[in-house]
Design a protein around this ligand. Structure first.
Ligand SMILES: *Cc1c(COP(=O)(O)O)cnc(C)c1O
Length: 386
């Protein structure tokens, strides 16, 4: 393990030991169905309700406003599609941005094929929407605004409280995909004026396949998955008890440690950004310099493919990413980098390094030392660099 360095915490994170320990009983002896009346069932039910309290506390919500789902993707689909259909007699217009995660973009595409009209707000060269664009896009028939809290590729953080206030003043529902933000920057649904908020456990050292949607009390959101009466009839299906317990444990721990950890990780990130930009000519940072997630560094290198850098880093035992995990393997440049106005070749030559709680100063030193020679080698082979 010691010579393997994981710098892809935006794709997923390692489950913490404490989280694993908390989950283990529910995968073994505490296997009761939470809907059952006997003790084994009640124990599972109580564990879910504890996780609901932990989750609510982490984002300034009430436990009754938290609904567990199967993923961040499911929460995004549920929030957007159900909010749209529930309000279609009020209007058919939805505002989002063109740098959203595919869980949001593809949900909006689905809606656009079903009678809804979608406005995709552009972003500036640092990846932030313009408040004046948002205001100008609002129409009498606008029923939903969905803007992500922080971007998974470039780490840019949006002015969420400002967007929430505008949505509220215009009586428009506001959803935010906060999957990258929760546990990493302070998120508070009341201060941020959010109606619907998506989070996912595996982005903060919880298990995969466990997400949640915050639904502000009073917001009418029909269920998306139909069946039994679980989650107060709003999300059917026997609960992923171990996953939910893991989510609750992970969100409590990461929130408690956030103040200290975010300072440490931000220092690591800055060291990586400065170290690479100084040692590699013709490289540039993507996204906002300061309004970005503590762990995110996204850097473009002229004349080289991001994928080639990844393969060579992998040979050195370093795991990183280019664009998002969903984009890698495809030949399309990242929609996020294109939205920043980067030309095709720069959008292809980008490296995302996402640092997290298990990364050390030595990891950053190793990465910085390896990246220069790798880029030089690739440029030597590239006809474009001549
Ligand atoms: C990872 C991610 C998702 C998807 O969450 P899953 O739980 O993996 O489905 C959605 N939005 C953003 C911004 C993400 O980073």
């Amino acid at each position: 393990m010691s010579d393997f360095i994981y710098f892809d915490n935006a794709a997923t994170t390692k489950v913490r030991d404490e989280v694993f320990e908390a989950m283990a009983p529910f995968l073994k002896d505490a296997y009761g169905n939470p809907s059952s009346v006997y003790k084994l069932g009640r124990e599972a039910k109580n564990a879910i309700e504890k996780a609901r309290e932990q989750t609510a506390a982490a984002i300034g919500a009430k436990p009754a406003e938290i609904f567990f789902t199967g993923s961040g993707t499911e929460s995004d689909n549920w929030a957007i599609i159900s909010a749209a259909f529930a309000n279609k007699d009020k209007g058919n217009h939805i505002i989002t941005s063109n740098i959203e995660h595919h869980a949001v973009l593809h949900s909006c595409e689905y809606l656009s094929k079903n009678g809804f009209d979608i406005t995709y707000l552009p972003v500036d060269s640092s990846g932030i929407i313009k408040i004046s664009d948002l205001k100008a896009a609002i129409r009498p028939e606008t029923i939903l605004i969905s803007i992500m809290y922080a971007n998974n590729e470039i780490g840019t953080i949006q002015p969420i409280a400002e967007i929430g206030a505008i949505a509220g003043a215009n009586n428009i529902l506001f959803h935010t995909d906060a999957v990258q933000a929760v546990g990493h920057v302070p998120v508070n649904v009341v201060k941020d004026c959010v109606d619907l908020l998506t989070l996912s456990a595996h982005k903060f050292h919880g298990p995969k396949g466990a997400g949640a949607l915050y639904v502000r009390s009073g917001v009418k959101l029909p269920s998306f998955i139909h069946g039994g009466g679980q989650e107060k009839g709003r999300r059917a299906g026997t609960e992923n008890v171990a996953g939910i317990v893991g989510l609750g444990c992970a969100i409590e721990l990461i929130t408690r440690e956030m103040a200290g950890e975010s300072v440490r990780v931000r220092k690591l990130r800055d060291k990586i950004i400065d170290g690479i930009l100084e040692s590699v000519p013709n490289s540039q940072l993507n996204g906002h310099r300061d309004k970005r997630l503590p762990g995110n560094a996204n850097i473009s290198f002229d004349y080289v493919e991001g994928e080639s850098i990844l393969l060579m880093l992998d040979m050195k035992g370093i795991a990183a990413s280019s664009g998002s995990a969903c984009t890698s393997g495809s030949l399309n440049p990242s929609h996020v980098l294109m939205a920043l106005g980067l030309p095709h070749e720069k959008a292809h030559g980008s490296l995302r390094v996402s640092a997290g709680r298990y990364n050390t100063d030595e990891d950053a030193d190793k990465l910085i030392a390896e990246i220069g020679p790798i880029v030089n080698k690739l440029r030597a082979m590239s006809p474009l660099a001549k």
